[in-house]
Ligand binder design. Structure first.
Ligand SMILES: Nc1ncnc2c1ncn2[C@@H]1O[C@H](COP(=O)(O)OP(=O)(O)O)[C@@H](O)[C@H]1O
Ligand SMILES: [Mg+2]
Length: 580
């Protein structure tokens, strides 16, 4: 249900309405810009006519002073045109940037709201591309494309009407080619767009091929597969070369045809126009106006044809963004019950008949489990049996399909995410570190430590006996632990361990948290765990015996069912019999 579509479908009118809603607050700015566009269009249409008038009435009649005034007027008109263009770009650019800013914030708010399973079922690359590229495409739409589109449209319509009005015969002659051009555009549009899309796609797959290759470079070398890597990249490059060559060819041809039509129309106007001037059907000024306008008529046609594709791409981008915005979280926080569902002061977590599955098949079946304050629990079971799943249910990363999970007497669903994470420290099986230093990672999402200075944080670390763990980092709190650091998996586990302990959790869940540290460090962990306040509950998923030995209760999970195991001997038996 949280799977994003690869290819979003476009419903033009609905999309347009949604986009209009997005720029609602900037409506006056947009209207202003549109008025300026209209003004420019009028200047484009009427200035050649004005030049024609100047020719007929002033130059040919030799009125020097009036000519001088008229030229100054003409210059002023062009100045107005430039100023208007400038303000269009300013105003509309602001609208574009505003809108993208708003959109990105909206997406982030949404991502914060969405459950973990959303991130499980979507590649982060795709999300990043939606947040970055698709919003940028929309920025282009607002800041540039729409203005050019309307300007071109106004110019074509205005010039077409004006020329036909000025002289029907010459008018039809000069704009008539638009009909075959229009037919040509419609006929080739789909084909050419496909060719261009294939060229863009092949560029996309080339870059993903390269990035995949670089990510797996070690694997390629270990398996002596360099040849394989080279061949794949080469194939991608060749493919991209062929497709982009074809694309640039058809684009060139199209451009040529539009130019040809413009030039042909100019020739027609000159040939017939001169004849008409000779026959005194039109004045020389009118002919000049015609010549100037014919050129301005065919140019925007070319722009328009290319913009149609851009606009369609923008709409697709909007759909891709909107798909995220429309998603609803299924982990809504519910109203807290008036009375406790379950009242036993000693119990912190209680799972009642919990069923859960990621898809139709159940991973957990009918799980009943009680976690009491201050007790230590061990959960064992084969790989893939649902240990991590069970642990993440306690953090409410997923909701049960049926059954209930209760925290301190109330339904887990009635707690806000921060209320849950205040009480439960979770050390994930796969250490998750944020970009930055050890200090930043320890403070991350911790409201109590957030504002501490370095020395205050150090004191907190010492108070919790974590100093020795910290000493394992050469640069102490300043150690860089981000994505590009060279920390081993074990060292990353040290960070997440410290981070969890520093939260002073009432319940500490450790999902194979010591699987990659040495025995000495593990003993250190154990000592720290033993020094936690007596009412801290511990839920430990582990393979190692010494961890299990310390537990008050041991549970085995297999085939989706969880059962309590009476003594260590039985566990040893099970472990010995199974493969792990
Ligand atoms: N995000 C997920 N989407 C779909 N299936 C999943 C997901 N995470 C785990 N599973 C499946 O659920 C089962 C239990 O996984 P997990 O809880 O990680 O097992 P364990 O921690 O015991 O090794 C496995 O079959 C695994 O493939
Ligand atoms: Mg696991």
């Amino acid at each position: 249900m949280y799977q994003l579509n690869k290819t979003a479908k476009t419903n033009f009118i609905k999309t347009m309405l949604e986009i209009a809603g997005l720029v609602k607050e900037n409506f006056s700015k947009l209207t202003f810009a549109l008025v300026l566009v209209l003004l420019n269009s009028l200047i484009t249409i009427f200035s050649p006519y004005f030049i024609g008038l100047i020719t007929d009435e002033l130059i040919l009649k030799g009125l020097r002073y009036e000519l001088f005034v008229a030229l100054i007027l003409l210059f002023s008109i062009y100045l107005v045109y430039s100023l208007s263009s400038y303000f269009q770009i300013r105003v509309i650019g602001k609208v574009g940037v505003d809108t993208v800013h708003k959109l990105r914030n909206k997406i982030f708010e949404k991502l914060n709201e969405l459950p973990i399973s959303f991130f499980n079922s979507n590649k982060s690359g795709d999300l990043i591309s939606r947040i970055n590229n698709d919003t940028e495409v929309l920025n282009g739409l607002f800041s540039e494309v729409l203005v050019r589109f309307f300007l071109s449209f106004f110019n074509i319509a205005g010039i077409g009407i004006f020329l036909t009005f000025l002289n029907p015969k010459l008018g039809v002659l000069s704009v008539g080619l638009i009909i075959p051009l229009f037919v040509y555009t419609i006929a080739t549009n789909r084909l050419f767009r496909n060719i261009n899309k294939k060229s863009l796609d092949s560029l996309g797959s080339l870059s993903s091929e390269i990035s995949e290759g670089l990510n797996n470079f070690k694997t390629f070398i270990i398996f002596n597969k360099r040849e394989f890597f080279n061949e794949r990249i080469k194939k991608s490059i060749d493919d991209n070369f062929r497709k982009s060559t074809l694309a640039s060819f058809v684009n060139g041809v199209s451009s040529l045809i539009y130019d040809l039509a413009g030039n042909l129309a100019t020739v027609l106007v000159i040939t017939f126009g001169l004849q008409m001037v000779k026959n005194v059907e039109i004045t020389l000024g009118t002919l000049i106006a015609f010549l100037l306008l014919v050129n301005r008529f065919y140019e925007p046609l070319k722009t328009l044809a290319s913009l149609v594709g851009t606009i369609q791409r923008s709409l697709a981008s909007w759909d891709r963004i909107n798909e995220i915005l429309r998603m609803e979280t299924n982990l809504k926080v519910t109203q807290k019950e008036n009375e406790k569902i379950y009242s036993n002061e000693k119990t912190m977590i209680k799972m009642i008949d919990v069923d859960f599955g990621y898809d139709h098949s159940l991973v957990l079946k009918d799980v009943n489990l009680e976690i009491e304050k201050g007790k230590t629990y061990a959960l064992v079971g084969p790989t893939g049996s649902g240990k991590s799943t069970l642990a993440s249910m306690i953090m409410r990363l997923h909701d049960p399909v049926s059954g209930k999970i209760i925290l301190n007497g109330y339904d887990l669903k009635s707690f806000r995410p921060d209320e849950i994470s205040d009480q439960i420290g979770f050390i994930l099986q796969e250490p998750f570190l944020i970009e930055g230093t050890l200090e930043e990672n320890l403070k991350y999402g911790n409201r109590k430590l957030n504002h501490l200075t370095k020395s205050e944080l150090l004191k907190e670390i010492e108070n919790r006996n974590l100093k020795e763990v910290l000493n394992k980092f050469r640069n102490g709190l300043d150690e860089y632990v981000g994505v590009n650091s060279y920390l081993s998996l074990g060292q990353k586990q040290l960070v997440t361990f410290m981070r969890a302990i520093l939260r002073d959790p009432k319940l500490l869940i450790m999902d194979e948290a010591t699987s990659n540290v040495d025995t000495k460090t593990e003993k250190l962990f154990q000592a720290i765990l033993d020094s936690l306040p007596a009412d801290t509950s511990k839920f430990i998923i582990a393979h190692k015996l010494n961890t299990i030995r310390k537990a008050d209760e041991i549970y085995l999970i297999a085939n989706g069912r969880v059962e309590k195991i009476e003594n260590l001997q039985v566990v040893l038996e099970i472990i010995r019999k199974s493969d792990y």
